[in-house]
Design a protein around this ligand. Structure first.
Ligand code: AMP
Ligand code: MG
Length: 406
């Protein structure tokens, strides 16, 4: 069976090759940019910094006048952030300067106020200055016209701050892909209604909606459909119309009433995988149908969320115009030994904590892939290799954060 890394790669390839082209663009206010993907690069409108900027409160000096501690200089004025000074600093002179002010002509170093003594207009420096001290030269961060934020960048707060600094009050971004969400199951009822004793509330509809939105897509909620071939076919067709990507939950395994694959097949879907060697999430299906990407995620809530992270997220990235985010897998020290049956990668709900700079991980008790109680207590997953079915306490293992929880 397909390794999860290969399955992910498959998604990235397929989503890249049939990606709706050209991606649509829209213009938005910069404040709305968080999580969106930039469609037109932002370039420096001027040099950054635009002048030789003092990074300290102190005195702007000529370093040549202060080559040894104890130099005495004449203070000829004051320069605050935004302020100008006409003329140039002469030999033996200094000027009081504030953080963020432009270093005047003639000066080539700033001495911090903490290292000076003032007696009226005479300033004594208690240490030597070197040319360049506490000055960020004009254009050293970026030259006018230089690329600041590239097309295809998913915008975080730093990119937005940079774009704001460069005067990009509106941003051109790609229109986010629509993710149509359809849950399946005779036993599933809307989360706002009271379930009968053998029914379950539709938590997958909600989790997929939240996952899709936080991934940067626009969710289109289609609710739940019973395990009936005709009804399922009708709703899948609706989903293919309503979304660029259709995400189904449930009905993907081998049971008699698991109809998703059958119906997709009847609709002429091309299957790229119909199972992945992971637990939870083994029956995950990925297909293309009528130019859209379709994911049939297993209905067990933990499986649904894990397979979304592994497989749907890179598809959303691709169809958003961004590079797929890497899986943030890192290493942590196992606190208590674990034993798992081999043959598949396991993503086990776990608690990751730090002791000093060392990450530690503890597996949480769980009842299998339906156990959202356990997942809600977890801030990450222990990722157990199929070759390593017994892991001793103190061993290093792979972990993956639960997005937003760590
Ligand atoms: P399935 O993948 O359809 O075989 O479903 C596997 C398990 O997940 C069953 O116990 C279902 O009741 C449960 N399940 C399916 N869909 C949902 C849903 N939308 N919300 C919560 N649980 C679900
Ligand atoms: Mg079902």
């Amino acid at each position: 069976m397909l390794a999860y890394t290969d399955a992910r790669q498959k998604v990235i390839e397929v989503a890249g090759s049939i990606r709706r082209r050209p991606l649509l663009r829209e213009s938005i206010e910069i404040e709305q940019g968080f999580g969106r993907v930039l469609a037109r690069e932002v370039r420096a409108d001027r040099d950054y910094p635009p002048f030789n900027r003092s990074t300290r409160d102190g005195f702007a000096v000529r370093a040549a006048d202060a080559s040894a501690p104890g130099a005495r200089l004449e203070c000829i004025g004051e320069l605050r952030a935004g302020g100008t000074f006409d003329g140039a600093l002469g030999p033996g002179q200094c000027i009081e300067i504030m953080t963020g002010a432009s270093v005047p002509a003639g000066a080539d170093a700033v001495v911090m106020i903490e290292h000076t003594k003032r007696d009226d207009r005479t300033i004594t420096l208690d240490r030597a200055a070197q040319s360049g001290d506490h000055i960020v030269p004009r254009g050293s961060e970026a030259r006018a016209g230089a690329l600041l934020v590239a097309e295809g960048t998913r915008l975080g707060y730093a990119e937005i701050a940079l774009a704001a600094q460069a005067g990009a009050a509106r941003l051109e971004v790609f229109v986010s892909p629509r993710v149509a969400i359809l849950s399946t199951g005779d036993e599933v009822v809307d989360a706002r209604t009271a379930p009968g004793p053998l029914q379950v509330r539709n938590s997958n509809g909600i989790s997929i909606e939240v996952l899709a939105r936080t991934a940067g897509a626009q969710p289109v909620q289609l609710g739940n459909v019973p395990d009936d071939k005709n009804a399922l076919r009708r709703d899948i067709e609706r989903g293919l119309e309503a979304g660029d990507i259709l995400v189904l939950s449930g009905g993907a395994s081998m049971g008699k009433y698991d109809l998703v694959e059958q119906v997709l097949n009847d609709l002429g879907a091309e299957f790229h995988f119909t199972g992945v060697a992971i637990r939870p999430g083994r029956p995950a299906v990925f297909a293309t149908c009528r130019g859209k990407l379709v994911f049939g995620l297993p209905g067990n809530p933990v499986s649904t969320m894990v397979t979304f992270e592994l497989f749907v997220l890179p598809a959303i990235d691709r169809w958003s115009g961004a590079a797929p985010r890497p899986l943030p897998v890192f290493r942590a020290k196992l606190v208590a030994p674990i034993r798992e049956k081999g043959a598949m990668f396991h993503f086990l709900p776990a608690r990751i904590e730090w002791e000093g700079r060392e990450a530690r991980v503890t597996q949480l008790p769980w009842q299998g892939s339906g156990d959202i109680v356990s997942l809600a207590l977890a801030n990450g997953f222990l990722v157990v290799d199929p070759e390593r079915t017994e892991v001793a306490a103190g061993d290093w293992v792979d972990v993956m954060p639960r997005r937003g929880a760590l």
